[in-house]
Design a protein around this ligand. Structure first.
Ligand code: SF4
Length: 62
């Protein structure tokens, strides 16, 4: 899911994935919105942020 990257943190999200295109220092996410999958997860370990894009991959697309 390709979403808008804001120039400020999304205050509702704390994220530590510092290899993500949307990551902001201070453990913030600058994505306008995120999508979390999968349906029917039974544990937090089962869930993933589907909005994640690796920083190196994003640079080629911008
Ligand atoms: S898009 Fe997902 S993985 Fe990337 S910074 Fe935001 S919450 Fe973290």
């Amino acid at each position: 899911m390709k979403v808008n990257k804001m120039n400020r943190p999304n205050e509702g999200i704390k994220c530590m994935v510092n290899t993500c295109h949307y990551y902001m220092s201070g453990d913030y996410c600058s994505a306008e919105k995120i999508e979390v999958t999968p349906r029917n997860a039974s544990d937090s370990q089962d869930t993933d942020c589907a909005t994640f894009i690796p920083e190196d991959q994003a640079q080629g697309n911008m």
